[in-house]
Ligand binder design. Structure first.
Ligand code: GLU
Length: 334
């Protein structure tokens, strides 16, 4: 056994703690599965998984961590990173701001002065960001998104056609947002193909394990800790993480920063991915959502993990002996 960061006892203590947290929150019944996208309405609210991947590839998981679900808004920080690579920070800032909106994720509202969407984690900003993904045609741009997500996850990923068709058929609010941006000169793309790409990006199938690896890749400065592939230039990692910290949890983001204190992004299919820079990626999936649109179980689990393991970044700075730091130093089992 070559684990330098965690002794066997500590490793089994982490696994036991996660197992205990899983058991404790498995009985929660709060929240409702999203149904505004018809295909999401059939999700089982009891589904539940927790996955942690350290920056050297150490994995801890419990529950339904291999079950597929669509990535939804968790796609947004990863596509934001692609836009940054394709256009640079200033190029992207011309099209989308970095300010929390305080509004719902699907608000039909732009910054009155600049006409920009407030930030890339709400739908307006995410549609603007998707428009910035480079590629000669639709297929090339979809390929770039799928290849990019797959590089973060360390395996090939695919679009779930049923969810894509369901989103396209029920997506008039996103259509309204996109046409508003076009009318104010913020978008010059053809709206329908752009929305198709956005709906496809939201309909990519992932697992909680995948999301934890994707989070661990950001935690590891943009280098996938399992495959060793460089997925995002290190200079953009802090841009992505800053937006996740300020805007990643819908209009619960301020409270999340206060209570949990880690950059994170959630999606309406019930996933939450969090990034502990230099330490680990953590994902929780459970489809029942609270009134803000975040996984009810997911928020409860992260609040518990954060307080038990001192994960809040303003707290963990004061210690170098937290479980997060130990997981970070720990190698996968041989
Ligand atoms: N595809 C969803 C939408 O655009 C994503 C929403 C979300 O996860 O916040 O409505």
């Amino acid at each position: 056994m070559t684990n330098t960061g965690l002794s066997d006892d500590q490793a089994s203590a982490v696994q036991t703690e996660i197992g205990a947290i899983y058991e404790r929150f498995a009985s929660m019944t709060e929240g409702e599965v999203a149904d505004y996208i018809p295909e999401l309405a059939g999700a089982d609210p009891a589904s539940f998984g927790i996955a942690i991947v350290g920056v050297q590839g150490r994995v801890f998981e419990v529950g339904a961590t291999a079950a597929p679900f669509t990535i939804q808004s968790i796609s947004k920080p990863f596509v934001y990173g692609m836009a940054l690579e394709d256009h640079g920070r200033d190029g992207v800032l011309e099209h989308v701001g970095v300010e929390p909106s305080g509004e719902a994720f699907n608000a039909i509202e732009l910054d009155e002065v600049s006409n920009r969407p407030f930030n890339p984690m709400i739908n307006s900003g995410a549609i603007a960001t998707t428009a910035l993904v480079a590629g000669d045609d639709h297929v090339a741009r979809l390929h770039r998104i799928l290849r990019g997500f797959g590089a973060y996850a360390g395996r090939d990923l695919q679009v779930d056609s049923a969810t894509f068709f369901s989103e396209r058929a029920s997506g008039d609010r996103n259509r309204a947002i996109a046409y508003l941006m076009k009318s104010s000169g913020m978008l010059d793309a053809d709206i329908e193909p752009l929305l198709e790409l956005y709906f496809q990006q939201c309909s990519v199938l992932v697992t909680a394990h995948d999301l934890a690896v994707m989070g661990a890749t950001l935690a590891n400065g943009g280098l996938n800790p399992i495959t060793g592939e460089r997925v995002l230039a290190q200079r953009y990692v802090k841009d992505v993480l800053s937006i996740m910290l300020s805007c990643g949890m819908y209009d619960y983001s301020g409270e999340w920063a206060y209570r949990v204190g880690v950059p994170a992004k959630s999606g309406v299919s019930g996933g939450i991915v969090a990034v502990l820079p230099g330490q680990a990626g953590i994902a929780v999936w459970s489809p029942a959502l609270d009134a803000k649109g975040n996984s009810a179980r997911g928020v409860a689990v992260f609040e518990e993990l954060s307080s038990r393991f001192s994960l809040h970044f303003l707290e963990s700075l004061f210690h170098n002996n937290t479980i997060g730091h130990a997981i970070a130093r720990s190698q996968p089992d041989a």
